[in-house]
Each structure stands twice: as C-alpha cells, then as structure tokens.
Design a protein around this ligand. Structure first.
Ligand code: PBE
Length: 327
C-alpha cells in the first residue's frame, strides 16, 4: 500500500506556521519599538507629521511610495530556498528598490497574508505564481516586469535519478509521458484549498481524466509493490502534482513515498540517487541555479507543464501596475 510520509509534511507545515508566528512576533516588536520612538519624537515632529498627513490626503491615487510606507517597504515572500525569492531580490536591484525588503515565510503564510489584506482591502505585495489557487480565490494581478527579471513563461520539468530507466523502466516511462496543463493542476489545488484531503483531490482529478492518464500509462506493465521515492517542496502547486503522480504510480503497483524537502535538498536527493524522481523543477529561470549545481547528475525528462509564471502579485484594487511603480 501507499506509504506516505505524512509526518514529514506535517512537520514542514508546522515549521511554516512557526515561521508565520515568528513574523508576527517580529512585527509586534517592531510596532512596539516604533511606538516608543514615535512617542519620544512626537513633540518635536508634530508639525512635520501633520505636513505628511496632508500630503497623503491630497493624493487621490496611491503611488508606489505610499504603498511602501503602508507596507513598511516589505514584500511578503515564501520559503527562503524558493527560486522566486532570489528573482525577487534581483528585482529589488534591477528596479532600484533599495528601500524594500522581502520577508521569508512560506506558501501558507503568504496566502494567509493575502487573505488578511483582502478582508480589509488593504495593500499587500507577494511573491506569486501560476498555477496557484490564489488566482481563483482572489482578484489578483501580476505587476508588469518590463526588465524581465522574472523571465517569460516557465515550464515545470520532471527530473529522475541516473539509472532509473534501467532500474524501474515502468515508472520511468510513466514519468516520461506525464504531461498536463495549468488547468489540470489548478483543479487539484482548488479542491485542496476548498478543504479536500490532498490524496482525495488527486484521486478525484484522476477519475475525471482517465483518458489523459491512460496516455501516460499506455503499454506500461504493472509492477508488484516496488518502492519508489518521490521528493517535492510543499508549495501548493507541487503538493498537487506530486500527490497526483504518486497515485498514478501506485495504481500501477508501486509503493510510493513522498518526502517534502527544501528546494535545494529536493534537487540534491535526486542527484545523489537518494530519491528516484521529482516533478517540480521550474525552468528556464526559477531553478536555473539548482539545475546548474545538480543537473549533470540527473536526467531531465522535459516539461510536464508548460506556461507557468512567477512574479510580484498584488490585489486588483491596488493602484499600481508595474514593479517600477514601487520606486
Ligand atoms: N514556486 C513554485 C517555486 C517553484 C514552484 C514558484 C514558488 C520557486 O519559486 O522556487
């Protein structure tokens, strides 16, 4: 039967929650610190503060600079190891946004920040990507990126360890054939977001897409309980894809384990042969540095999904359209 390393995922999520709590604690400290500073400075700066208030009132449209103050010049990021975090750091340099910082948290904490902002129509800027359920849940837009720091459309590639083809030809064939669309992945993500168990959501998608799955498994022999180890990162997109392909392999007779890791350890595990495969490499840009480090020691089976995208994402109700507007 399927051997899910759920404890690993649970641990990953509590780390994410702790990280989120940590962030709050930090914010509270900062808030407290600022209050004290404000109180001390209040008498002297009273006139200046009023002038600033008037300025803000006179501005009909919020500018990037106003949002900067509202947001404490902070963009809400995800896990520090994600490729989108380095791209976002690059964006700060390229667009001359020296005042801004990117806070590291997790996919879960980032979507929580979005939810909190939408409750009160407050501004928020996050590192975001598609496919992701947040675009079905909230009215969001990518900020234009005229310098192309986040690249064009990305493909998500499947990588397997060396020798997988000779050791496990059946799994290799399925992984090589595996290809689906943004909408396919999105359907599973939305079901999970709406409260469905991850495995159940993947099963529901497989049942509704038997023809496509049959194309991947066409002519592939069944196996008898062979163990196959998949690795992934607990990004919502990869939770969806990895659960889905794990079930397809399980239906073929494999005993499947799924281990959530940080991005660099996911690549390393497949390169070292400790894990058999992953379906979570975003190229040509997001995981470029990881492919550079580990790509030679593993096999790229090509894109399993085309047309993914990453960037800075904000609510539609915000009055900015480009990363340049944050200057
Ligand atoms: N992501 C989702 C990943 C790849 C998949 C965009 C958060 C990253 O930035 O590394």
């Amino acid at each position: 039967m399927r051997k899910m390393h759920k404890f690993g995922l649970a641990a990953g999520l509590s780390v994410a929650l702790l990280a989120a709590c940590g962030d709050n604690a930090e914010e509270n400290n900062n808030a407290a610190g600022n209050d004290n500073a404000d109180n001390a400075a209040e008498e002297n700066n009273g006139a200046e503060n009023n002038a600033a208030d008037n300025d803000a009132d006179n501005n009909e449209e919020a500018s990037g600079a106003d949002y900067g103050e509202d947001l404490d010049y902070t963009i809400t990021g995800i896990d520090a190891g994600a490729g989108i975090m380095s791209a976002a750091e690059d964006a700060l340099e390229v667009y001359d946004l020296g005042d801004w910082d990117i806070s590291a948290s997790s996919d879960a904490a980032m979507t929580q920040a979005l939810g909190d902002a939408f409750e009160n129509e407050e501004p928020v800027i996050v590192t975001g990507w598609t496919p992701h359920w947040k675009f079905s849940e909230y009215d969001l837009k990518f900020l234009d990126d005229p310098e192309g720091v986040f690249g064009e459309a990305e493909d998500i590639h499947t990588f397997v360890r060396e020798d997988l083809e000779s050791d496990m030809p059946e799994a290799y064939q399925v992984l090589d054939n595996f290809q689906w669309s943004e909408d396919d992945m999105g359907e599973i993500m939305v079901s999970i977001q709406e409260g469905m168990d991850e495995e159940e959501a993947a099963r529901e998608w497989i049942d509704a897409n038997e023809d496509l799955v049959a194309e991947w498994t066409d002519g592939v022999d069944e196996v008898d309980g062979e163990q196959i180890d998949l690795v992934f990162v607990a990004w919502d997109s990869e939770i969806a894809s990895t659960n889905m392909i794990a079930l397809v392999l399980e239906d073929l007779g494999y005993e499947v384990s799924m281990d959530p890791l940080e991005a660099n350890f996911m690549f390393q595990a497949v390169a070292d042969g400790q894990a058999d495969a992953m379906v979570a490499a975003w190229l040509p840009l997001t995981h470029d540095h990881l492919v550079e480090d580990y790509g030679d020691s593993m096999e790229d089976l090509g894109a399993n999904l085309e047309g993914a995208r990453t960037g800075l994402v904000v609510p539609e109700y915000m009055d900015i359209d480009s990363i340049e507007d944050l200057q």
